[in-house]
Design a protein around this ligand. Sequence first.
Ligand SMILES: Cc1cc2nc3c(=O)[nH]c(=O)nc-3n(C[C@H](O)[C@H](O)[C@H](O)COP(=O)(O)O)c2cc1C
Length: 168
Amino acid sequence: MSTTTDAPQVANGFRSAMRRMASSVCVITTSNGEMHQGMAASSVTSLSMQPPSLLVCINKSVAMHEAVHKAGLFCVNLLGEQHGPVCDAFGGKLSGQERFTVGQWTESAQGLRYLIDAPAAIICRLAAAHDYGTHTICIGAVEDVILAEHGAPLLYREGGVGKFVHLV
Ligand SMILES: Cc1cc2nc3c(=O)[nH]c(=O)nc-3n(C[C@H](O)[C@H](O)[C@H](O)COP(=O)(O)O)c2cc1C
């Protein structure tokens, strides 16, 4: 077993540790009424059931940061195991509107794009935001949920995608 002590070593160790953690991948979308924005995010976590709420950590340097704060509304699209190419596109392989050429997108009553075959699409109002380091923790109050028939999630680990397998 190896341990780390000084600051750069801690950061490198932490990066390696986090790469070992498997996470679901989501695509966050928002809109100003004319332009749509989307980006991949694995930092989505359920926050509370009372009220129904979640959080997502958004880097202050990405386009989504300003867009979400301006719109005050966002959609969390949970990616399914068929959405590897969507993860790539929205994770930085494509940019801007080109990202929406990958996957089948439609629009919610609130005017936000969601994947028609996303295991879940969760529409949230930005309820609070808390800055920490390079990121802002954005808290979303859930306003609407759209569930698709098939719910198997896409998982991300060690820079690649995989799928969930039941052991028992
Ligand atoms: C699997 C995966 C998960 C990601 N999770 C996050 C995240 O939780 N928060 C974040 O700010 N960026 C995350 N990113 C990075 C953004 O998706 C990426 O920087 C994106 O290209 C930013 O969009 P922009 O180029 O329009 O600014 C993730 C990327 C990938 C591939």
